[in-house]
Design a protein around this ligand. Structure first.
Ligand code: ADP
Ligand code: MG
Ligand code: MG
Length: 886
C-alpha cells in the first residue's frame, strides 16, 4: 500500500484527489483547499486502509499510527494549537466519507480532544467558558453515541431535565456552569453504562473514533443503503480528521448548509439554512428552527429571524463569492457546509448537490446556456431514471382538495396511498402492491427501506434539508416535511391533524410541490413534455444512435409512447387481446376443440377482432415499424376454472361440459414456463398463427389504404430454439401474407423474425439468422432460462443474493452482463455473420433500464424497446451511452 494518510490545508499540496482513494468528502476538501478556499487543515486516511482493515481481521496496517501522528503534527503546525495540550488544545472532527455520499450512514464526531483538562484550556484560550463547556458536553454525547454505541436518549433526557430545572427553552440559554454540571452528569451516565470512566486520553479518543468510522461501513443501515444503490462493499470509506472551527462561539459565529442553486426547482438562486451560535448537525437536527440564508427567501416565507444576508452581510458576500468559485470550478451545482467562527468563514464540505429531476433538467439546460458546460455535457448531467419523477402524473389543479394541513414542499411530485406508521409495515404493504404513504415524526437512516417502498413520505418535523427531505429527493419520492399540527400516535397507529382522525390504512394524498396534505385520493393529470425537458431531449436525440421503440398492445399505450417519442413498437404481445370479455369464450372454444376443424371455427370468430386490434395500433404507428409477437403463453392460462364458464364455452361450441373438462385436464402442465407455449403452439396448431398473421396483414393493408402511410409489420415468432421451428412458422406467415396480398391487390414490406429468449437460440443464432430477418432479445425469459431462476419465485431469495454479492443487482432489473449479456453478444455476432444487416433489438423490461441500455449500445444493437412511460428515459440513456461510447 502507498501513502495511507493524505494531508490538506496550509501548504500541503497533495497531488492525490481521487475519490476512490480519499472518498468524496476528503477529495473535495483537498480540492477546495488547493483552489484557495478557506478550509480548516486536516488529513484523510484512505479507503484502502478500510479495505485492508477488513481484509486483516479488523486490524490496522503497519505504519498507519506513524502516519496519523504526522497528520496531527501537520494540523498543529498550521493552527498553532496542540492536540491534548492543557493550555491551547487542538480539537478535531473525525468524519467518514465514502466515494459517493451516503446521507446519514456514517456519523461524525466533533470536538474530539476535549477532556477535564483541555476544556479549561479551551475556555481560557477562547475567553469563553460557556462555549468550552458546551463543546465538551456535545463531544461526550456524540462520542458516547457514535463510538461507544450508548443510547442518546438518556443524554437528551438529562439535558431536558437540566433546562427544565432552570426554566430554559433553548440550549443557548444555558450558562458555562450549567453545561459544566451537565458534563458531570454525562460522564456519570457513561461510567454507569460502560463500567469505565469517559476516556480522557485524546489519542485514545482519536483511535476510538477512527475505528468507529471503519466499523460503521459494515453497519446494517450502511449495508441497506449500499444494496439499494448498488455500491460495492469493497469500496470502503475514508476517514477525515480535521481541525475544528467553532460556530458556537457566540453571536458572531454560525453554521449552515447551502446549495448554489435551488435543488427543488433548479432556479439560479442561493438556497440554504443557517443558525447563529450553533454547531454541526444543529441545522438539520430539527432542534432549533433554522433561519433562511437570503433576505428574499426569508420574506417569501414570512419568517422573522434575520437571514444571513441581513445579519452578517460581509460574510454573506464572501460566501456568495465562494459559491461562484465552486460552480466555476466544479461546473455543477454544489451542496456545501460552512461554519463562521467569530466572523471568519470556513468551508467544511462541498459536493455535487442532489436535486429533483426538474431541477436537474433546468440546471443542465441553464448551465449549457450560460456556457459553463456543453450541450453534450448537459445530456450527460441528467440521470435518466430520475426522469421517472417528471413522467408521472401530477395532481389535477381543478380537482377538489380536502386539505388537512400544509408542510414544506420537500420533494416534488404527487402521491396517494394508505398511511402507515413504520418502515416495515410500509415495505410489507408495498410488496403486496399497495400504494403507501409513510408517516413519521421525522425519518432516520433506519427508515430507508420503508421510504424506498413508499409512494410518498410525510413528516411532522424537519426542514428542507432534513433527512426525510434529502433522502426523498434522492429517491424521487414525493415528500412533505415539517407538516404543522400533525400528532402521530405510533402505538395506536393513529394520525391526528386538528380535529381530523386518520387510522392506518386511510388514504391521503401528498403534493410534494406545494406541501399540501389532503384526505383521500386526488385525481391526477399527465405531465407536460415541453420546456427544459423538450430542450434536453432534442439535444439527446442529436447524439443518440440506437432507436427507441415501445412495448405496447393497445392504441392508447401506443399513443402515449409516440407522444413520448417512441419510434415504433418493439413488442406487441397478442395474448392480452385474448382475455377480452367478449372474446374469451371463442378463445376457450379454440383451445378446447378436439380437432383442427373445431379450432378453425373458433378462430374464425377471433379473426375480425384481432384485425381491429392491429388496425388500431398500426393507425397510431403509421409509417413506423411494429413488431407483433404471435401467441406465446401456455394455453391453460386461458382455461375456464369456474363451473359457469365451462357451461358457457360448452354451449358456444356445442359440446358436453364433461368432455370439455376432460380436455382441460389433458392440458394440465407441470412446468408451464417450460411447457407447451411459444412457437410450440404454432408448431402443433399452425392455424392459430395463420389466423394471427392474416389479421396482421389484413389490418396493415387496410391502414395503408386509408392513411397512405404503410405500417411495417415485423412478425415475431416466440421461443424459437431451432432453425427448423422457425422455418415452419415463417412458412405459415409468408403464406398468409401472400394470400392477403392477392386478395387485397397490394403488397407491403414486412419482416419475419424471432425472439431470442432461450440459450439454445442464442447459440444457434448463426443458423437461425439465415432465415430470420430480425432478432429481438426477450431478456425477461432469456434471464430466466439462462440463470434458471423463475422471476415469479425469485422474490424469496433475490434480496439475499444481492446482499451476499452473488448478484450486484437484481438481474431482472439490470441485465446480467457477464452471463446473459454474453449470450446476447454471441447471438449478435453469429447472427450478423450470416446476415450482416439483420435488425437487432431488445424488448424485455431491461429496455427501459439505463445500465442495460448502455450494454445494448456497446453490443451494437439497433434499438431498445421500453414501456411507454420509460421511452424518454430510454432516449436519454441511449444518448448518454452513445456519448460515453465515442
Ligand atoms: P455528514 O456526512 O453527516 O454531513 P460531516 O462529516 O459533514 O457529516 O459532519 C457534519 C457536520 O459536522 C458538518 O456539516 C459540520 O457542520 C460539522 N463539522 C464537521 N467537521 C467540522 C469541523 N472541522 N469544524 C466544525 N464543524 C465541523
Ligand atoms: Mg451525519
Ligand atoms: Mg456533511
Amino acid at each position: 500500500m502507498t501513502t495511507m494518510v493524505h494531508l490538506f490545508g496550509g501548504s500541503a499540496t497533495t497531488a492525490e484527489r481521487a475519490k476512490e482513494l480519499l472518498g468524496g468528502k476528503g477529495s473535495n476538501l483537498a480540492e477546495m483547499a488547493s483552489i484557495g478556499l478557506p478550509v480548516p487543515p486536516g488529513f484523510t486516511i484512505t479507503t484502502e486502509v478500510c479495505t485492508a482493515y477488513y481484509a486483516n481481521g479488523e486490524s490496522y496496517p503497519a505504519g498507519l499510527a506513524e502516519e496519523v501522528v504526522n497528520g496531527i503534527v501537520h494540523i498543529e503546525g498550521i493552527t498553532g494549537k496542540k492536540f491534548g495540550d492543557a493550555t491551547n488544545p487542538l480539537l478535531v472532527s473525525v468524519r467518514s466519507g465514502a466515494r459517493v455520499s451516503m446521507p446519514g450512514m456514517m456519523d461524525t464526531v466533533l470536538n474530539l480532544g476535549l477532556n477535564d483538562d483541555t476544556v479549561k484550556g479551551l475556555a481560557d484560550a477562547s475567553g469563553d467558558a460557556r462555549f468550552a463547556w458546551d463543546s465538551y458536553r456535545r463531544f461526550i454525547q456524540m462520542y458516547a453515541d457514535v463510538v461507544m454505541g450508548l443510547d442518546h436518549a438518556e443524554f437528551e433526557e438529562a439535558l431536558e431535565v437540566a433546562k427544565e430545572d432552570k426554566g430554559f427553552f433553548l440550549d443557548t440559554e444555558m450558562s458555562a456552569e450549567d453545561w459544566q454540571k451537565l458534563v458531570a452528569e454525562y460522564q456519570a451516565i457513561v461510567e454507569r453504562e460502560t463500567g469505565a470512566p469517559f476516556p480522557q486520553e485524546p489519542r485514545d479518543q482519536l483511535w476510538g473514533a477512527i475505528g468507529a468510522v471503519f466499523e460503521s461501513w459494515e453497519s446494517d443501515r450502511a449495508k441497506v443503503y449500499r444494496r439499494l444503490n448498488s455500491i460495492p462493499a469493497e469500496w470502503g470509506t475514508a476517514v477525515n480528521v480535521q481541525a475544528m472551527v467553532f460556530g458556537n462561539m457566540g453571536d458572531t459565529s454560525a453554521t449552515g448548509v447551502a446549495f448554489t442553486r435551488d435543488p427543488a426547482t433548479g432556479e439560479r438562486a442561493w438556497y440554504g439554512e443557517w443558525l447563529i451560535n450553533a454547531q454541526g448537525e444543529d441545522v438539520v437536527a430539527g432542534i432549533r428552527t433554522p433561519q433562511y440564508l437570503t433576505k428574499a427567501a426569508r420574506e417569501r416565507a414570512g419568517a422573522k429571524p434575520l437571514s444571513m444576508e441581513e445579519a452578517m452581510p460581509e460574510t454573506f458576500t464572501e460566501l456568495g463569492n465562494v459559491f461562484d468559485t465552486l460552480e466555476n470550478h466544479y461546473r455543477d451545482m454544489q451542496d456545501i457546509e460552512f461554519t463562521v467562527e467569530r466572523g471568519v468563514l470556513w468551508m467544511l464540505q462541498t459536493r455535487s448537490g442532489k436535486r429533483t429531476a426538474k431541477a436537474a433538467l433546468k440546471i443542465a439546460v441553464d448551465m449549457a446556456a450560460e456556457g459553463l458546460i456543453s450541450e453534450e455535457e448537459a445530456v450527460l448531467r441528467v440521470d435518466p431514471s430520475a426522469l421517472d419523477q417528471l413522467l408521472h402524473p401530477t395532481l389535477d389543479p381543478k380537482a377538489p382538495r380536502d386539505v388537512l394541513t400544509k408542510g414544506l414542499p420537500a420533494s416534488p411530485g404527487a402521491a396517494s396511498g394508505k398511511i402507515m406508521f413504520d418502515a416495515d409495515s410500509t415495505e410489507q404493504a408495498a410488496a403486496k402492491g399497495e400504494a403507501v404513504i409513510l408517516v413519521r415524526v421525522e425519518t432516520s437512516p433506519e427508515d430507508i427501506h420503508g421510504m424506498h417502498a413508499a409512494k410518498g413520505i410525510l413528516t411532522a418535523r424537519g426542514g428542507m434539508t432534513s433527512h426525510a427531505a434529502v433522502v426523498a429527493r434522492g429517491m424521487g419520492r414525493p415528500c412533505v416535511s415539517g407538516a404543522g399540527g400533525l400528532a402521530i400516535d405510533n402505538n395506536a397507529k393513529v394520525l391526528r391533524i386538528g380535529d381530523r382522525v386518520l387510522n392506518e390504512g386511510d388514504i391521503i394524498t401528498l403534493d410534494g410541490g406545494t406541501g399540501e396534505v389532503m384526505a383521500g385520493e386526488v385525481p391526477t393529470l399527465l405531465p407536460e413534455l415541453v420546456g427544459d425537458f423538450g430542450t434536453l431531449m432534442t439535444w439527446a436525440d442529436k447524439v443518440r444512435r440506437m432507436k427507441v421503440r415501445t412495448n405496447a398492445e393497445t392504441p392508447a399505450d401506443a399513443q402515449v409512447a409516440r407522444d413520448f417519442g417512441a419510434e415504433g413498437i418493439g413488442l406487441c404481445r397478442t395474448e392480452h387481446m385474448f382475455f377480452d370479455a367478449d372474446r374469451i369464450t371463442a378463445v376457450r372454444e379454440m383451445i378446447l376443440a378436439e380437432d383442427e376443424a373445431g379450432r378453425r371455427t373458433a378462430l374464425a370468430k377471433l379473426l375480425p377482432e384481432q384485425r381491429k386490434d392491429f388496425a388500431g395500433i398500426f393507425g397510431v404507428m403509421a409509417g413506423l415499424p411494429v413488431t407483433i409477437r404471435l401467441l406465446d403463453p401456455p394455453l391453460h392460462e386461458f382455461l375456464p376454472t369456474r363451473e359457469e364458464d365451462f357451461a358457457t364455452v360448452a354451449a358456444a361450441a356445442g359440446v358436453a361440459v364433461e368432455k370439455l373438462k376432460a380436455r382441460a385436464n389433458e392440458l394440465h402442465e407441470f412446468n408451464p414456463m417450460l411447457g407447451h407455449r411459444g412457437c410450440r403452439l404454432g408448431v402443433t396448431y399452425p392455424e392459430i398463427y395463420e389466423m394471427q398473421a392474416r389479421a396482421i396483414f389484413e389490418a396493415a393493408c387496410d391502414i395503408a389504404e386509408q392513411s397512405g402511410a404503410a405500417p411495417i409489420p415485423e412478425v415475431m415468432i416466440p421461443l424459437v430454439a431451432s432453425r427448423r421451428e422457425f422455418d415452419l412458422m415463417k412458412a405459415v406467415v409468408d403464406e398468409a401474407a401472400q394470400a392477403v396480398f392477392a386478395e387485397k391487390g397490394r403488397t407491403l414490406d414486412y419482416l419475419v423474425g424471432t425472439m431470442i429468449e432461450l440459450p439454445r437460440a442464442a447459440l444457434m443464432a448463426g443458423e437461425i439468422a439465415d432465415a430470420a430477418e430480425f432478432f429481438s432479445f426477450g431478456t425477461n425469459d432469456l434471464t430466466q432460462t439462462t440463470i434458471g431462476i423463475s422471476r415469479d419465485d425469485a422474490g424469496r431469495f433475490l434480496t439475499q443474493y444481492v446482499d451476499k454479492g452473488i448478484f450486484l443487482t437484481d438481474p431482472f432489473v439490470s441485465i446480467d452482463v457477464e452471463g446473459v449479456g454474453q449470450l446476447i453478444e454471441i447471438a449478435t455476432e453469429r447472427g450478423r455473420q450470416t446476415r450482416p444487416n439483420i435488425k437487432l433489438g431488445i424488448c424485455g423490461e431491461h429496455g427501459g433500464d439505463a445500465p442495460s441500455i448502455h450494454f445494448c449500445e456497446q453490443t451494437g444493437l439497433d434499438y431498445v424497446s421500453a414501456s411507454p412511460y420509460r421511452v424518454p428515459i430510454a432516449r436519454l440513456a441511449a444518448a448518454q451511452s452513445a456519448l460515453k461510447n465515442r
